[in-house]
Design a protein around this ligand. Structure first.
Ligand SMILES: [Zn+2]
Length: 226
């Protein structure tokens, strides 16, 4: 997966977005007043209603468990990253070996959902940083990508959220995040383009340097990657 076109540090401009220049997911202050069980119960009820309106026979064996199944999947799996309690605990280690070059974690698979259509966005994330004294367990980078993916998202915001979280965690501005993704709302409906892919990127600190950025992108696009 090669990024065809990279939108560097794309400003978040969503017509309907009230928080135009915020990279935070727009959540209400009372977002977590209801516990998960109550949310599942309410979503189940509403999803049953959607299926009913569509004319489906909910007494059918194959369909009757669907509303609850969808509700559980929303709350416990695909949108579990809305809840700050799901945030991975990222333990840092001292950079004992004084590794002072770029560290790249590439081809991190992620699954998210487009917040405009609630259908999947999926692809690969490529992350790099320079240590400012601390290093992070490699699998934690994957977990951070997955945590922010498990929300209704736009790819631009997802990219920035991952980058900003890593900056905070690792106390450095030297972070790069590139994401290549397929949007089911583009491929399976609407224009029905199954081949297009969306690339987003966030570069900061040392990655603003053209040669450092190229080193990273060359590695990401190298033959080991598809
Ligand atoms: Zn969409």
């Amino acid at each position: 997966m090669k990024p065809k076109e990279i939108l560097s540090n794309t400003p978040l401009t969503d017509d309907d977005d009230h928080n135009l220049f915020s990279y935070e997911t727009p959540l209400r202050p009372d977002a977590f007043e209801k516990d998960d069980d109550l949310k599942i119960e309410l979503i189940e009820k509403h999803f049953r209603e959607i299926m009913h309106v569509l004319g489906m026979d909910l007494s059918d064996d194959s369909l009757k468990g669907t509303p609850r199944r969808v509700a559980k999947m929303y709350v416990k799996e695909v949108f579990s990253g809305l809840n700050p309690l799901s945030k991975p605990n990222s333990k840092l280690f001292d950079n004992k070996y004084n590794y002072d070059q770029m560290l790249v974690e590439k081809d991190i698979t992620f699954y998210s959902h487009c917040e405009h259509h609630f259908v999947p966005i999926y692809g690969k994330a490529h992350v790099a940083y320079f240590s400012s004294g601390k290093v992070i367990g490699l699998s934690k980078i994957n977990r951070i990508v997955q945590y922010f993916s498990k929300r209704p998202q736009v790819q631009e915001r997802l990219t920035v959220q991952i980058a900003e979280e890593l900056k905070k965690l690792l106390s450095t501005e030297d972070i790069a995040v590139v994401m290549d993704a397929k949007h089911m709302c583009v491929s399976s409906r609407g224009v029905g383009d199954t081949n297009s892919q969306t690339g987003t990127a966030h570069f900061s600190g040392k990655f603003n340097d053209q040669s450092v950025r190229s080193e990273f992108l060359n590695y990401v696009n190298s033959s080991a990657s598809k």
